[in-house]
Design a protein around this ligand. Structure first.
Ligand code: SF4
Length: 345
């Protein structure tokens, strides 16, 4: 029984993981070839989304934008539209910006070194390492939450994953395990094991290729790892909207590029005071973002006078839309769900 990290054979464990991947890799469309564009899009789609939910979105996105060229030629609005339903729209805005960078700075060819990939908008160390290792065989660990969990359990390592030094610490640890050949397979093995086997709760240790080497498993201490002392800070935020409608038309405006929900469409946030008398319905919706708990008040304001509606629209640069036109814009999820529910009745 292995009970001590000092005695662990790092490379041996790394090779076991890579070998396991050869015959157990998940069959995923972006793994059919080593095209960096496809790997890039898949990694960004899957940043906050499970494979099951992200797969359809990935396929639709790739069908419409099969290469950097099509993504670069598309308008930002269209890219946002193809991101609809995935949330965290700044990822789509960054994908679009990065496609412009690739054309301007790399002659339209996806960069083939970690340091260059890292220069692209929206690509952090994890994604750059994933692309560089899978597509260009660079020996760089793609360290994320999966790595923290799997490695801290294998070595029963109590290094605090909430500290700023965790990334470097687990990168160094992973490098000791990483075989010279097939670095991409090593990274993907940990991605797959982290999501399918060494799950946060109820890990399937009996199916794990390194269960004989895993100190946490062998000593019955899995629940102790990973060690995380600081909790992510979540703050409360209240928002107020007015869903201003006249017959089947309602008013919307595109948000700016700061704060939450960048470049998405929203309803008016204020109306003339006398319109408070026109409110026919109010609703409070709760919605969670990564670092914020939102409480969203939406007041439905029904305007009978076309002239009054149009004047307000023009003076405030709103857009008057019906449901079909709204469906072609991108809204934050709770606002979209709200207007869709009104049109169902
Ligand atoms: S044996 Fe269990 S705890 Fe250890 S790495 Fe495998 S799945 Fe994770």
């Amino acid at each position: 029984m292995k009970t001590n990290k000092q005695n662990a054979d790092f490379l041996h464990i790394g090779k076991k993981l890579t070998k396991w991947y050869d015959t157990n890799a998940r069959q995923l469309p972006w793994r059919e070839n080593r095209n960096p564009y496809n790997i890039w899009i898949s990694e960004i789609v899957l940043q906050q989304t499970q494979v099951k939910q992200g797969l359809g979105h990935y396929l639709r996105f790739i069908e419409r934008f099969p290469t950097v060229k099509e993504l670069h030629q598309a308008s930002e609005d269209e890219v946002l539209l193809y991101w609809k339903g995935l949330g965290y729209y700044s990822r789509a805005i960054n994908l679009h910006k990065a496609s412009h960078q690739i054309v301007a700075e790399f002659n339209g060819a996806f960069p083939n070194h970690y340091n260059d990939i890292l220069k692209l908008k929206g690509i952090g160390k994890y994604t750059a390492a994933a692309i560089a290792s899978i597509c260009f065989e660079e020996k760089i660990p793609a360290v994320d939450g999966n790595f923290y969990r799997v490695l801290s359990r294998i070595f029963a390592d109590d290094f605090d994953i909430s500290g700023s030094k965790a990334f470097q610490y687990f990168s160094d640890l992973a490098l000791r395990m990483m075989p010279d050949k097939k670095p991409g397979e090593f990274n993907q093995a940990i991605m797959d094991i982290g999501s399918e086997i060494c799950r946060p709760k109820n890990p399937l240790c009996l199916f794990c290729p390194v269960n004989e080497d895993c100190i946490a498993f062998q000593t019955g201490r899995i629940a102790e790892f990973p060690v995380k002392t600081k909790k992510t800070k979540v703050s409360d935020l209240s928002l107020k909207y007015f869903f201003v409608k006249h017959k089947n038309q309602f008013l919307i405006k595109q948000r700016g590029n700061d704060f939450i929900w960048k470049k998405l469409y929203e309803f008016p946030t204020s109306v003339p005071e006398k319109w408070n008398d026109y409110i026919i319905n109010s609703k409070i919706i709760s919605h969670k973002l990564t670092h914020k708990n939102l409480s969203i008040e939406i007041n439905v304001v029904e305007i009978d006078s076309e002239k009054e509606f149009e004047t307000f629209e023009k003076e405030n640069n709103f857009l008057s839309v019906g449901k079909t036109e709204a469906d072609e814009k991108s809204f934050p999820k709770p606002l979209q769900t709200f207007y869709e529910s009104l049109f169902q009745n």
